[in-house]
Design a protein around this ligand. Structure first.
Ligand code: 3PG
Length: 435
């Protein structure tokens, strides 16, 4: 049984501050998101009109405002976030001093009014409320995640259709013909797919990076696109260490290796995965530093990580450089000779982000000039064979993109995607919308 609350707050009347506030909310710190969920909040969305903010929050039976306040008070990252947010927010007129979000009174409730008319049958059968959800995954979810996703849609009364390991795009295009909702992984969602799905209202990328979805095309068709941020980040972060250890131990071929302890890891972009990498690095006794122009230094510092003010500095200081940049028009090919040539001669670059953020020609040149430079990547570069031939023993590549391919990550991301679809249709919840 869930309870819904509506709260309001004001922002400072300054367009630059409002833009900054919204930018922070595109990537809320993982600790803050975790603390919200821990308190029993199952969905939360903030809407803005000019300087007024309205928050819709749905909570389970474990929630109370006092319990949430206690969680917040005990968490230094949440405290740092709240302090930062206060730069942008201001109390509502008449709010008690020191208080932020104010609870609003409910003055109208549709279900409490006259009963709804009975649903009309659709042409072709099924009730007006029945939904068809297609899960199209060329790389299938683990079985346990498949049954969890199926259960969520069954409970909601939706039809769920699966298209796994497809090799022909035509099958995918055919499968979405009557889809109201679509779940994908790295499967491409382009205008052709969207045009083949005239009933489609929502597509959820079960994962972090949504570079596989044509957001412009989705928006133009009124289709909501979402991702499931943070859900598979631990799996990706663990793979970073698998790649680093494989390279440090020289492929476990019987040759002497080196240890991670005491080395510096530079985290390039500090989102959910970057923060997990930092946490695991601590366990290995590594020093961690990070560069991310979109994340406040205080947030990085709160994790015991040294925030750096430039990528150049990060590449100069690090023994291991771990890439966590999203693939955007600004980041494609952005890690090239100019950055990599500043790295230590024995540095190791690990790429579990996207192959395209690395300029392969620049990397190859750096690896030719520095015999100690190593490269590990989830998903081989386009010129993988050339890398392996030119730099034997100095590269390691996964056979397929494997970062998120664990049962746990599939359960987290797959079930979150299914819940987000049900939340969207049943309650209009668009919390993780990215378009
Ligand atoms: C992501 O962006 O979440 C990861 O790259 C995982 O991608 P996958 O679902 O294709 O494994």
């Amino acid at each position: 049984m869930h309870t819904r609350y509506c709260l309001a707050l004001d922002l400072q009347d300054d367009p630059a501050l409002i833009a900054e506030y919204e930018a922070h909310h595109r990537r809320v710190w993982p600790e803050v998101v975790a603390s919200i969920r821990r308190a029993g909040v199952v969905s939360m969305a903030i809407y803005r009109r000019d300087t007024r903010l309205v928050m819709l929050m749905e909570v389970d039976e474990t929630f109370s405002f006092e319990r949430k306040a206690a969680f917040d008070a005990a968490d230094p990252a949440v405290q740092a976030w709240e302090a930062l947010m206060w730069k942008y927010q201001r109390a509502l007129p008449g709010a008690p001093p020191g208080s932020k979000w104010q609870l609003l009174d409910k003055i109208f409730d549709l279900p409490a009014q006259a009963p709804e008319p009975a649903p009309q049958p659709r042409p072709g059968g099924g009730s007006a409320m029945s939904r068809t959800i297609v899960v199209a995954t060329e790389k299938p979810f683990a079985k346990v995640a498949v049954s969890g996703i199926a259960g969520i849609f069954r409970d909601a009364g939706y039809q769920c259709r699966w298209l796994e390991r497809y090799t022909d795009k035509a099958d995918y295009v055919r499968a979405v013909a009557d889809a109201d909702g679509l779940i994908v992984r790295s499967d491409i969602v382009d205008a052709e797919v969207l045009d083949a799905a005239p009933a489609l209202k929502i597509v959820v990328r079960a994962g972090a990076g949504y570079d596989n979805i044509d957001l412009k095309a989705a928006s133009a068709r009124g289709i909501v696109a979402m991702n499931t941020p943070g859900q598979n980040s631990n799996a990706v972060a663990e793979l970073v260490f698998a790649l680093m250890l494989t390279l440090a131990r020289r492929g476990f071929t019987g040759k002497d290796g080196t240890e991670l302890r005491g080395k510096t890891i530079g985290i390039h972009a500090y989102g959910h995965v970057g923060a997990r990498v930092a946490a695991i690095a601590r366990g290995f006794g590594m020093e961690a530093c990070a560069y991310d122009p979109y994340v406040p230094a205080a947030r990085i510092e709160a994790d015991g990580v040294t925030p750096l003010s430039s990528a150049d500095e990060l590449y100069r200081l690090s023994d291991y450089i771990s890439l966590h940049l999203p693939k955007t028009k600004d980041t494609v090919q952005s890690v090239g000779y100019a950055l990599l040539s500043q790295a230590k001669p024995t540095a190791t670059l690990v790429n579990t982000a996207r192959a395209e953020v690395v300029d392969e020609a620049g990397l190859m040149q750096v690896m030719s000039e520095r015999q100690g430079f190593l490269y590990g990547a989830d998903v081989a570069p386009a010129r993988a064979a050339e890398f392996t031939e030119k730099f034997p023993g100095r590269c390691v590549f996964t056979a397929k993109k494997m970062g998120a391919q664990t049962a746990e990550a599939n359960i987290n991301a797959g079930l979150a995607a299914a819940r987000q679809i049900v939340g969207f249709f049943e309650r209009g919840d668009a919390t993780f919308r990215v378009n």
